[in-house]
Design a binder for this molecule. Structure first.
Ligand code: GCW
Length: 691
């Protein structure tokens, strides 16, 4: 190494050591104020005190500027929206003021313009669903244990540390507009409704309230039997209905602003109204009637499927469409973005826009159950943007999922959106430092469903990595051209490409659910143990055989396409017009099928897997090049995770291509990097890992 290179190298190493180590606990709220500010607010409340404090701690413009907080109703402002100006924030509600303050702080820190403007939320309820079990474990959680529940003797005691953490959690949520938390898993333990757990729920609710966050609970439909001692949980039985009424009354006496219930019923073994010969509408309406006098809501999930002959992708629509219009107006049907599950890519669920007389809310998954968990760097906002902007055509062109769910098209009494949380007890909350961006992006999109994933990434990177020492000429200042060109741009590009990369190395061209076992992490296109439900195995979804690959959902197959509105139905049905990204989700096609670009399907598949691996290799290079802009702690965390992601991507590619080649019997294209693993070893390893 030449002397010059060594000197430059040591300079950069020193620089990166100079950046203070960060454990990520402060999330996107690292910005500290540099100047004092004169806040004027005529009203007092716990929420307004927080708003004032945030301004005083975070003010970054001229010293001693005046800022006015005005709670005054204005027809242009909807719900908890606000009117923002350089030195004035006006809102109908106290929480609207707090949101305005966070918006102002964000704009100061990201260098965005502040001009007089009204900002209204897209959805009335912007909710995190925690799949936290009462013993502290988290279903599909990859960032430690629950911040709400734990097991052991002291499971119901509430400590100062607990409250502090809940407060930090509430602040982070409020800063991005999230206003509801479902505190427990949808696979709900009936115990959540016992007096002890309700008491603890009240303590949590009390901490979240000043930040505008309402508390909700997931409930088990069999609760009247399990904890109430009744003989049945039949929703049409008057004692059962009365039991729920009493329970709801008890909850509201503790938590006057309680949000309502989230229910997973008759799905994956959970009890539900069908156990008593009743419908989902019967079940949901009975709970809705109990909640309605208090203004509570029922979020009833449409995620239901049976191991029947009917294609799993069709079942929610088949079950729920006949009940459109039968639900009370405080029931909202919670529908996952994809018709099967939270796969790396699926078309939107056909229920969006189709249920015209029932409120419908999207359920997104922030925790990366199917997208590399807390190891892979996958920024999900591009996926959510694709989903929200999907045109359902239900009320003509432009009937996007966003507009079908936010009240723009259908006059829903309630509008809402939920995200399955990726938060746990890890110091950095989410496991992977970049997984924080998905929590952030969910909140931002819930507030404004027309934001672009690019803008959100831009904001998040600035807030998460820039320097807030107050000096604008430091190396990592957002105003530094060097920082913008050599850090912001490449890191943003990496984030924006990351979901497509994951699709490429996991399940390109519309493939889905190719996981080995229930861990939903590594590949297992072969995975189909005897005795396991067919619709839980991989071959059910890819249907690879000597002829070709893919699930035929056209009229010659399951006809799931018939659930989509025209022109989508025709477009999907024809293999020449079906978008490549959904091709094998809709069609079973021969291995030598000629794609739009003239390649055979087999070659195209190979190139996608190959590209996915190369993309992750590029992420590694990108990250190594930005070392001097990141503190050592977060830099090395991400570097280590990218290395693992790269190895995993290689395994995904090798496992899928080697497995599928047994059927295609076609050679790998010449210019594709060869697999480095062999299939038997991968299968053996997978089997051993399950023993
Ligand atoms: O995606 C599947 C998950 C289950 C989950 C279920 C659901 C909470 O694998 O762990 O259960 O979806 O959404 O109900």
């Amino acid at each position: 190494m030449s002397r010059k290179i060594i000197t430059i190298f040591s300079f950069f190493v020193l620089l990166s050591f100079n950046l203070q180590a960060e454990d990520g606990h402060d999330l996107w709220l690292r910005g500290k104020g540099t100047n004092s500010v004169n806040v004027i607010c005529s009203k007092k409340s716990p929420t307004l005190s927080i708003a004032m404090q945030e301004l005083q701690q975070g003010w970054q413009r001229n010293a001693n500027e005046k800022i006015e907080l005005v709670v005054k109703s204005d027809k242009a402002i909807k719900g908890d929206g606000f009117r923002i100006g350089k030195n004035r924030i006006q809102a109908n509600t106290d929480i609207g003021i707090l949101y305005g303050v966070y918006e102002l702080m964000r704009r100061q820190q990201t260098g965005e313009n502040i001009h007089e403007e009204v900002c209204n939320p897209s959805y009335e309820r912007r909710i995190l669903n925690h799949w936290d079990n009462l013993d502290g474990t988290i279903e599909r959680g990859y960032a430690g244990s629950s911040i709400f529940w734990r097991k052991g003797k002291d499971s119901l005691t509430v400590t100062y540390t607990d409250k502090q953490l809940w407060q930090e959690y509430a602040r982070a949520n409020a800063s991005i507009g999230i206003n509801g938390s479902v505190l427990n898993n949808v696979n709900a333990s009936p115990s959540i409704l016992t007096a002890d757990y309700l008491k603890k729920t009240k303590e949590i609710a009390d901490v979240l309230r000043p930040y505008g966050i309402r508390t909700y609970l997931s409930v088990n439909f069999a609760s009247p039997q399990v904890i109430g001692g009744l003989k049945t949980s039949d929703p049409l039985n008057s004692e059962v209905a009365q039991w729920w009424k009493n329970k709801v009354k008890e909850i509201y006496s503790l938590i006057p602003d309680f949000g309502g219930f989230l229910v997973k019923a008759n799905s994956e073994g959970q009890p539900g109204p069908q156990d008593f010969g009743r419908t989902h509408a019967d079940g949901a309406n009975m709970l809705a009637d109990a909640l309605s006098p208090f203004g509570g809501m029922v979020m009833w999930r449409a995620f239901i499927y049976n191991p029947s002959d009917e294609d799993r992708a069709k079942q929610a629509y088949s079950e729920f469409m006949p009940m459109d219009g039968q639900f009370r107006d405080n029931v909202i049907i919670q529908v996952k973005n994809g018709p099967i599950d939270f796969q790396p890519r699926e078309p939107f669920s056909p229920l969006f826009g189709a249920m015209k007389k029932t409120s419908v809310m999207p359920e997104l998954q922030i925790t990366q159950e199917y997208l590399g968990q807390s190891v892979h760097l996958v920024y999900l906002a591009t996926m959510w943007e694709e989903f929200l902007k999907s045109d359902t055509y239900q009320e003509g062109k432009g009937s996007t999922v966003a507009r079908c769910t936010d009240g723009s098209i259908f006059p829903q009494k309630h509008t809402a959106i939920a995200g399955v949380s990726n938060i746990g007890s890890d110091v950095n909350w989410c496991g992977h430092p970049f997984a924080q961006s998905n929590w952030y992006a969910f909140g931002r999109l819930a507030w404004n469903n027309s934001l672009s994933s690019e803008q959100i990434a831009d904001e998040w990177i600035k807030l998460t990595f820039a320097d807030y020492s107050g000096k604008i000429d430091t190396q990592n200042s957002i105003f530094s051209a060097d920082w913008q060109v050599n850090f912001l741009q490449p890191v943003k590009q990496m984030m924006l490409n990351s979901r497509e990369a994951a699709v490429n190395y996991m399940m390109p061209l519309g493939l889905h659910h190719l996981f080995a076992a229930d861990h939903h992490y590594g590949p297992g296109p072969w995975w189909a143990p005897t005795g396991v439900r067919k619709d839980w195995t991989s071959p059910y979804y890819h249907k690879a055989d000597s002829i070709g690959i893919g699930f035929d959902r056209t009229a010659t197959g399951s006809n799931a396409v018939s659930q989509y509105q025209e022109p989508l139905q025709s477009m999907f049905s024809n293999s020449q017009t079906c978008p490549d990204i959904y091709l094998l989700w809709v069609h079973h096609l021969p291995w030598n099928f000629i794609m739009k670009d003239g390649q055979t399907l087999w070659d195209e598949l190979c190139y996608h897997y190959d590209k996915g691996v190369r993309q992750v290799r590029d992420f590694q290079k990108t990250w190594d090049q930005v070392q001097r802009y990141v503190d050592a702690e977060r830099f090395s965390q991400v570097q280590i995770k990218l290395r693992e992601q790269c190895m995993n991507a290689q395994v995904w590619k090798d496992a899928c291509l080697l497995y599928f080649r047994q059927f295609s019997k076609m050679p790998f294209p010449n210019d594709m990097e060869r697999p480095v693993n062999n299939l038997e070893d991968l299968i053996k390893k997978d089997e051993q890992s399950r023993k």
